[in-house]
Write a protein that binds this ligand. Structure first.
Ligand code: CA
Length: 255
């Protein structure tokens, strides 16, 4: 099944203070051969306001991706005609920097590893919760729109001796590479973008997890603990600070 026809540019016109403002929706390409999953992804993404195109095999996916008209690609790994990893490799080889989230089967660690090696920006394991996928999509789009590709080096955030490369999702403290999971990475980026600001657990949950986890604020504590283990352990200057009765914040070591 191939539903290229589902791709169309959606333009929304808003009347704002008497002026007509044109808003172009973000376009997301879904490359997925399982028709049921592709359909649900399309419906959910369209419901969120994205314009969606669908390709049902790797070759079509690569051809559609090459048009350069997408803000994000969701790319299944197991595809007929050309694997998702091969599609990814070709897209990057052609110098196309479009953010790509891989959809991988459970327990296929080699997929994830080679996916990152070939330039995937994130991955999500099937079966996935739709809310989580939509949160990842929002996060990646936010990061890429905030730090457009035009200005070289603008995808790097620095805070003290901490360096975050947004596109490659690499994090260093001094010169030491720190391996983070996608969620840890998103949490770190959120706190660093809001440096020196106290953030409540509720704020962090809704911004990083992307949906309401009422009563699950201990998730934040768990992930803060992971981050501290990886970022602050062994360093005299701690980046992550607990704000009693509120939540957390990241501060420059001398701030
Ligand atoms: Ca598949």
């Amino acid at each position: 099944m191939q539903s290229n026809g589902a791709f169309f540019m959606m333009k929304v016109l808003f009347l704002l203070e008497g002026r007509c403002v044109e808003v172009m929706n973000d376009r997301v390409l879904v490359v997925e051969d399982e028709a049921g999953i592709a359909r649900i992804l399309q419906l959910e993404l369209e419901h969120e306001g994205y314009s969606v195109g669908v390709a049902a095999d790797g070759r079509t996916g690569y051809e559609m991706a090459s048009t350069g008209e997408w803000q994000l690609i969701l790319l299944d790994v197991m595809l007929p005609e050309m694997s998702g990893i091969e599609v990814l490799r070709l897209i990057r080889q052609a110098g196309n920097p479009v953010p790509i989230i891989l959809l991988t089967a459970r327990d296929t660690v080699p997929d994830k590893v080679s996916g990152f090696e070939h330039g995937a920006n994130d991955y999500i394991t099937k079966p996935f919760a739709m809310e989580e996928l939509l949160a990842r999509v929002r996060n990646i789009l936010r990061i890429f729109q905030q730090y457009p590709k035009e200005s070289e080096g603008s995808d790097v955030i620095k805070l003290g001796d901490l360096t975050i490369e947004l596109r490659s999702r690499k994090v260093y403290r001094k010169d030491i590479l720190i391996e983070l999971t996608p969620r840890e990475f998103e949490l770190l980026v959120y706190l660093v973008e809001n440096r020196n600001e106290e953030k409540s657990r509720e704020d962090i949950l809704s911004e990083v997890w992307g949906y309401d986890f009422i009563g699950e604020t201990n998730l934040v504590d768990v992930y803060i603990r992971y981050l501290r283990q990886k970022l602050d352990k062994g360093y005299r200057h701690k980046l992550i600070h607990t704000v009693r009765g509120v939540g957390y914040m990241i501060k420059e070591p001398d701030a």
